[in-house]
Design a protein around this ligand. Structure first.
Ligand code: DP6
Length: 333
């Protein structure tokens, strides 16, 4: 007998950054973070528990994966098996509509869709909080992609714990229309994953303690500006959070930026100098995401598209959280 479910989840981009883990097991973030779940980037994942399988199997974008990606998937499935009493191995098929491992947050949408599909396929009747906690243990940013709109994930407690830690929506997508221009600087796979990058930053950066101090303060600023619907204060604090995160990583030799990254950052400042309210943020890759009001999105995108080294520029807006897809629609080949 096999049990199957398909789920869809979107990527999210953080405005106050999660960078660094608590020094105890369970993948608890060392700092709080706040993100927007985006309509433009989607992962669709089917999980089928099948008693006939000898091992878990992962197919990502049509390619069978082994090694670390499969291990991370199996670790999540093992938690679901332990909670549900199910012993069957699973076939996992996942498809992104954007490049994997390019700093466009594929692990967030991937683990969010995987967690929701796996929980449902196993027959567990879990709350969204429990699914978010499950996803967060595999990839903390994934804990946020279960939810729509502007989403907050708290830091893990200072003292070791195994208690649930999950995200929640602060402002639903339908309530606030702030946009992001995703400035893609090529499809190169990044050399240092965000997990490895933050572990190296914690171990080797003289500025990691400074990040742990400033990250939560900037988070409070981002959060309060969001709740006040103060776009400019929100954008300014978000850009500072990204720069502080990257500065701490730089000092450990973890450098995600490429030459076009600086060029786009310069163009964002120049636009700001001309009175256009645009703010930049970057994750574990060279790409730049530019926060913009809907009215400025078209002209700002046209300006950025004309820069050397810039590939695609696409506009994203807030989306709903992860969803299950009915079996008739979700049936996989
Ligand atoms: C820079 O969630 O990918 O995008 O928990 O180790 O899987 P793991 O890390 P991950 O880190 C995301 C880091 C970031 C900032 C953010 O999304 O908050």
């Amino acid at each position: 007998m096999s049990r199957t479910a398909t789920a869809l989840a979107h990527a999210n981009i953080a405005f106050s950054k999660y960078w660094g883990k608590r020094p105890y097991p369970g993948n608890y973030p060392a700092v709080p973070s706040l993100s927007l779940t985006l309509d433009a980037m989607t992962t669709r994942t089917t999980v089928t528990f099948d008693g006939a399988l000898a091992a878990d199997r992962l197919t990502l974008g049509g390619t069978v994966e082994a090694g670390r990606p499969l291990e991370r998937v199996t670790a999540l499935l093992d938690r679901v098996r332990a909670a549900s009493g199910l012993r069957a191995r699973a076939a996992v098929t996942s498809q992104n509509d954007f490049p994997t491992a390019s700093g466009l947050a594929s692990s967030a949408s991937g683990f969010a869709a995987l967690a929701l599909a796996a929980v449902h396929a196993s027959g567990l009747d879990w709350s969204l909080e429990q699914v978010s906690d499950l996803a967060r243990r595999s990839s903390a940013s994934a804990g946020r992609s279960l939810y729509g709109g502007f989403v907050e994930l708290p830091a893990g407690p200072a003292e070791p714990t195994d208690a649930p830690l999950f995200a929640r929506t602060l402002v639903p997508a339908a309530d606030l229309d702030w946009r992001l221009l995703v400035v893609s600087l090529g499809d190169t796979r990044k050399d240092v994953s965000s997990s490895d990058g933050m572990v190296r930053t914690a171990a080797e950066s003289p500025y990691y303690p400074a990040w742990l101090e400033v990250g939560p303060r900037l988070h409070d600023e981002v959060r309060s500006a969001l709740l006040a619907r103060d776009f400019e204060r929100f954008g300014a604090a978000a850009e500072k959070s990204a720069l502080a995160m990257h500065a701490s990583a730089f000092a450990a030799g973890v450098i995600y930026w490429q030459a076009p990254t600086l060029q786009v950052l310069g163009a964002v400042r120049e636009l700001r100098g001309r009175g256009v309210a645009v703010f930049a943020t970057m994750d574990a890759g060279p790409h730049v995401k530019v926060l913009v009001r809907p009215v400025d999105a078209g002209p700002a995108a046209a300006h950025l598209r004309a820069l050397p080294g810039v590939g695609r520029v696409f506009e994203a807006k807030g989306a709903e959280g992860a969803q299950l897809i009915p079996p008739s629609v979700g049936a996989e080949t």
